[in-house]
Design a protein around this ligand. Structure first.
Ligand code: NAP
Length: 522
């Protein structure tokens, strides 16, 4: 039977945190949910961080099979929660059961995929440069490299993915795979969902025989998160949320006596470039699919298509009419939290009253609490460039269509874009030349370029990049989705002329993939 007690989870145990906390709220009705959740105080943060630090050496040296089995155990323990997990997540977020079921499968598949990654051993990046004792003028020493976990990681879950980007989400899976203990700062929008998943992780830790200190879940306020990032035994941070909160955590991390990286995924408006032939050929289909992508789950996706560029002309006018018609069929649904709803209203009101912006279309009002109709706005490239605020993210179902006089104007607009997670091309065969000119610009600005699709829906796979230049993320060299995300929590270490018996096990294991003097083995 799944239990939710409102306690914090530290070192395999559940206990009341040192501070009074919150109750979750059903965003559809505004009704508070049981039980009350206590918040971690500084002493709780310190205890969790010390336990994580003391568990780190044993965890990072756990053999690959144990660690892979553990990740699969977390997935199985989440599956075992059954409907109780989906029901609680539905009550806390207002997201549909269907969407939450898909998200749960994504979460457990992600954990199982990381188990495969751990077993395969590529992530260890083993390199062996054999000694060259006779080399002149100097002999070359024996040099061997592997990757090790950076240390305990603080994870800040996201409100919009209560499972896949939260307690056992991508950051946690990648950090565990790298051999790093994880302390999650629970998101206050779904504390009960978080506790159910946290207890599932605790069970998997115990079943795998790993040290209990490798996982903790602390609910708390801003001070809790700040104390966690400041703690000297925390060595890296994974964050998904607003630009303001991401930047605040980055400055806390940078001001530490030992600064640490913050892998923050923040804001992106995911421009879509509808090229002329595609606009002419597929006017209505593109309009409909754009509106579907925009309005999905109240637009609460970091990959929401918040900006559309197209060249003016009769085809664009027809497209705008189809967008209007398609949006009129969408109605407002509850957003995740009153805060996110208020921020959406504020952003939409600012755009609606902006002198250089036209309200193209609104969806229908809904009956839920915390619900505002989706919105599409219209402006032109000159006006869009004149006010930087028009390019800021309005989290939710809001998008700006920008008319460009020519393809050249579209290219110039692309040059001025902030860093983004994605850019989308709607293109047909006759658009290839224009697309070829756009590509190098987009490559400098975004983490993922896609054609004839929509950016919502991020595959968890080996080749996925969910990242991008600032402000999309804090560091464009990394991804927060896909197996490459393990690299955020690893660092390389070299061993020079160490006696064989002192070398770590992976560097003595001849079955693992490695580069031997630069040539691939296995
Ligand atoms: P948020 O305000 O950025 O909060 C995310 C997490 O960071 C929460 O645990 C929050 O804790 C903590 N936090 C916030 N400010 C902090 C600070 N100054 N220092 C330390 N910790 C801090 O995100 P949200 O509540 O999920 O949504 C608010 C806005 O974030 C949205 O309107 C949207 O603009 C953006 N958002 C973006 C994405 C994305 O995928 N990029 C996803 C979700 C939301 P407390 O709440 O306890 O303070």
């Amino acid at each position: 039977m799944a239990t939710i007690t409102g306690e914090i989870l530290v070192g395999g145990e559940a206990a009341s945190g040192g501070l009074p906390g919150i109750r979750a709220t059903n965003p559809k009705t505004g009704a508070p949910l049981e039980p009350a959740f206590s918040f971690a105080d500084e002493a709780d943060v310190d205890r969790a961080a010390r336990l994580a630090w003391s568990a780190f050496d044993a965890f990072r040296e756990s053999d690959l099979e144990t660690r892979a089995h553990f990740l699969e155990g977390v997935a199985a323990a989440i599956d075992d929660l059954g409907d109780a997990l989906i029901e609680r997540a539905e009550a806390e977020t207002g997201l549909s059961r269907r969407r939450l079921g898909i998200e749960r499968d994504r979460t457990t598949n992600q954990l199982r995929l990381f188990a495969k990654v751990v077993r395969a051993g590529e992530w260890l990046d083993l390199r062996i440069d054999p000694p060259l004792p006779d080399r002149t003028p100097f002999p070359r020493p024996d040099i061997r490299l592997r990757q090790i976990g950076v240390g305990p990681v603080a994870v800040f879950g996201a409100s919009n993915f209560p499972l896949a980007f939260s307690v056992a989400g991508g950051d946690t899976a990648a950090a565990f795979a790298a051999g790093c203990p994880v302390i999650v700062k629970g998101h206050p929008a779904h504390p009960g969902t978080g506790e159910l998943v946290g207890r599932a992780i605790q069970r998997a830790v115990a079943d795998a025989g790993l040290p209990a200190g490798i996982f903790a879940l602390l609910n708390g306020a801003v001070e809790t998160g700040t104390a966690l990032v400041r703690h000297p035994m925390i060595k890296s941070v994974g964050f998904t949320g607003s630009r303001g909160a991401g930047l605040a955590l980055m400055s806390v991390a940078a001001a530490r006596p030992e600064p640490i990286p913050v892998h923050a995924e923040m804001s992106s408006i995911n421009p879509v470039f509808i090229l002329p032939a595609a606009l002419a050929e597929r006017t209505e289909a593109i309009a409909r699919s754009f509106v579907d992508s925009l309005a999905l789950d109240s637009g609460q996706y970091c990959t929401n298509p918040g900006l559309v560029y197209a060249v003016e002309g009769p085809e664009l006018e027809a497209f705008l009419s189809h967008v209007e018609a398609a949006l009129a069929l969408k109605h407002a649904e509850a957003m995740l939290t009153p805060g996110i709803h208020a921020a959406f209203d504020k952003g939409v009101d600012a755009l609606a009253s902006h002198p250089d912006v036209q309200v193209l279309a609104r969806g229908r009002d809904g009956t839920d609490a915390n619900a505002t109709a989706p919105a599409v706005f219209l402006t032109d490239a000159t006006r869009f460039e004149a006010d930087e605020a028009l390019g800021h993210e309005v989290f939710g179902a809001s998008s700006m269509i920008v008319r460009c006089e020519t393809i050249e104007a579209m290219l110039e607009a692309a040059e001025r874009m902030e860093g983004q997670l994605t850019a989308t091309l709607q293109l047909d065969a006759d658009d290839i030349d224009a697309a070829r000119r756009l590509l190098p610009i987009l490559e400098r600005r975004v983490g993922r370029i896609l054609a004839n699709g929509w950016p919502t829906g991020v595959e968890v796979s080996h080749a996925m990049v969910h990242g991008g230049p600032y402000p999309a993320t804090a560091d464009s060299r990394f991804t927060s989705v896909g197996t490459l995300s393990i690299r955020r929590f690893l660092r390389p270490i070299s061993y020079q002329n160490l006696p064989a018996e002192l070398l770590p096990a992976p560097l003595r294991d001849e079955t693992l993939p490695a580069l031997i003097d630069g040539v691939r083995r296995g």
